[in-house]
Design a binder for this molecule. Structure first.
Ligand SMILES: [Zn+2]
Length: 160
């Protein structure tokens, strides 16, 4: 198994452990769906997850995929982000807060480093005596590429 595959396995194991602690029964289809989402860097739509799951295990049906995605969303272990081409699902790692910059023009998604949110956290605390608990928020705008006037490059955001 390659490094990326090992990372995926570790992430899926961590999520399965957390779900067991929360009283969810371990199922083979859920593990498969988690592995598929974890392995995809750019996020996947439900139909893509279904197609890959089906190829690996013919017993998986679309309602199984939707039911699992719903549960994982509810448990805040996946994010569902609509960047114009439909909803795409990504893994949210337990204990790791993820925030995204989403380009309204080309749909490119980048992760925001937490250090950029630290000053905002401090200002809200001082200004409003309010302690924010940022959990996966999305900032919409225009990316570096679109700001420099370039046409959206599809291959760019497929690599992310
Ligand atoms: Zn853009």
């Amino acid at each position: 198994m390659d490094i990326a595959g090992q990372v995926t396995q570790t992430q899926v194991a961590a999520i399965n452990r957390l779900l067991s602690e929360r009283g969810h029964r371990l199922t083979a289809s859920r593990t498969l769906i988690l592995e598929i989402i974890a392995a995809a860097q750019a996020g996947l739509c439900a139909e893509e997850i279904y197609a890959q799951a089906r190829a690996a295990d013919g017993r998986v049906n679309l309602s199984t995929v939707y039911r699992n995605l719903e549960m994982l969303l509810h448990e805040r272990l996946v994010s569902a982000l609509d960047i114009g081409g439909g909803i795409r699902y990504r893994l949210l790692l337990p204990g790791k807060q993820q925030h995204y910059l989403v380009c309204n023009y080309c749909g490119r998604v980048r992760e925001v480093d937490l250090m950029y949110l630290a000053p905002l956290r401090e200002k809200l605390l001082i200004g409003y005596n309010f302690e924010p608990e940022f959990s996966g928020f999305t900032i919409h705008g225009r990316c570096d590429h679109c700001r420099s006037g370039g046409l959206p490059r599809q291959e760019d955001f497929e690599q992310e």
